[in-house]
Design a binder for this molecule. Sequence first.
Ligand SMILES: Cc1cc2nc3c(=O)[nH]c(=O)nc-3n(C[C@H](O)[C@H](O)[C@H](O)COP(=O)(O)OP(=O)(O)OC[C@H]3O[C@@H](n4cnc5c(N)ncnc54)[C@H](O)[C@@H]3O)c2cc1C
Length: 476
Amino acid sequence: MSTLDAVIVGSGPNGLSAGILLAQKGLSVQIIEAEDTIGGGTRTKELTEPGFLHDVCSAVHPTAVASPFLSKLELKKYGLEWVYPEVAAAHPFDSGNAILGYQDLEKTSEQFGKDSKFYKRLFSEFIDHWDALRHDLFGTLRSVQNPLLMASFGWYGWLSAKDLTSSLFKNPETKAFFAGMAAHSILPLEKLFSSSFGLVLTTSMHAVGWPIAKGGSAKITHAMAKYFESLGGSIEIGNRIKSFKELPNARAVLFDLTPHQIAKICDQTLPSDFRKKLENYEYGPGVFKMDFAVSEPIPWKNEECKKAGTVHLGGTFEELAHSEREIWKGNHPEKPYVLLSQPTLFDASRAPNGKHVVWAYCHVPNSSEKDCSEEIINQIERYAPGFRDTIIATHSMNAVQMNTYNENYVGGDINGGAQSFKQLIGRPVLKWDPYKLPHKGFYICSSSTPPGGGVHGMCGFHAAKSALKNEFGITL
Ligand SMILES: Cc1cc2nc3c(=O)[nH]c(=O)nc-3n(C[C@H](O)[C@H](O)[C@H](O)COP(=O)(O)OP(=O)(O)OC[C@H]3O[C@@H](n4cnc5c(N)ncnc54)[C@H](O)[C@@H]3O)c2cc1C
């Protein structure tokens, strides 16, 4: 039997990134994917009606264009085209007003009244030094190249979103806008460190924008796969690995999987104390995902929301904080924080003429089986009366169904594990090289490693870098 240099289990953005880096170094690499299509959290499918192309999971891609690795790949050559909505994120209120997050810092901050100068002061330094900052933010979080900049980022980033907004801002709309960003963390907004997600997402909005992929998110991983194959890599689909014994011979094996899956697949090959740590790894809340085929654009009370790729629904800081807190207590809030994307306003290729797709999800307790369709529709109706009448068809998945759809979403957790401070650094366990598993040649390369969730491929990049050094003596 011929021996491959490396085998990768899972073809999500991190598995593909790892494969690309290894193949770029001339190694023979095979990716094995359980499903009959590649892409993990980036698939695009006709979920509702023929001709309506829905992003099953990820939809909006600031982390892909910010990623030091993905942004350098010439994926345009392989069919990836970014589309930038004029407004990255809108945050509407019951009053009919809405804060619009533009790439332009000045234009965005003008909406914050007296908070304007504090908002600009907070983000200017990070935007001006974005190129340096992103290398550390998307690094292994073990060593930093720009300690002063990271100290400045950390000064604000370790705070809870509640403390950061109450110390810097007076205007309730500024606080709510930042809360909409920070709540992507799926952490209670009173929790230390929850502001860091708001800082990264808001800075990326001003520094690089929040694009969508023309034709849907699947175009990202399809382009990565084509590039990977052009380097000599091969991909096998429809093969769900249940034990490491099923894997072909290879000097390195990289798992684009989360700790619980790896503990099962690797079983006795891993020392029992390490396996126990993987089994004790904590997953965060899940999501309830809903897709709509609609007959017209969402009838927002505030027309300006039609310029936005993403819309954060949920109102004031206090409401959003209540909603996220309830989820961590195991409850389902009546008015959840809803993340919504309306891609066909900027990419007509994804729906029949004049029709649209809408993508939305809300956070729910881990392993929730509750149908939150009505809660999501009610939140949209609140800011867009008449939305319900435009619905042609819907498709939804509760947290358990999300897990069935992709085994990496344990209990519906879309980030490969809770993004608490402990698990950002100690992801999957606290050690200097978090990618290397304690079995010769085995690595973990999924979003359960630093820098965590999102379509950026950096977990795969760092894991492949570690494998190159340890197994092949190649240092980058
Ligand atoms: C509803 C939702 C919305 C999201 N929105 C965004 C967004 O807008 N922007 C963003 O950047 N991120 C978003 N994300 C998160 C993003 O999709 C993930 O962080 C990202 O896909 C993680 O990549 P990964 O390669 O680590 O894992 P995955 O993408 O999950 O890939 C893992 C792959 O491994 C395969 N696999 C699992 N078990 C096996 C096995 N035993 N054998 C073989 N193959 C196996 C799976 O089928 C899958 O293809 C969202 C996720 C969800 C679910």
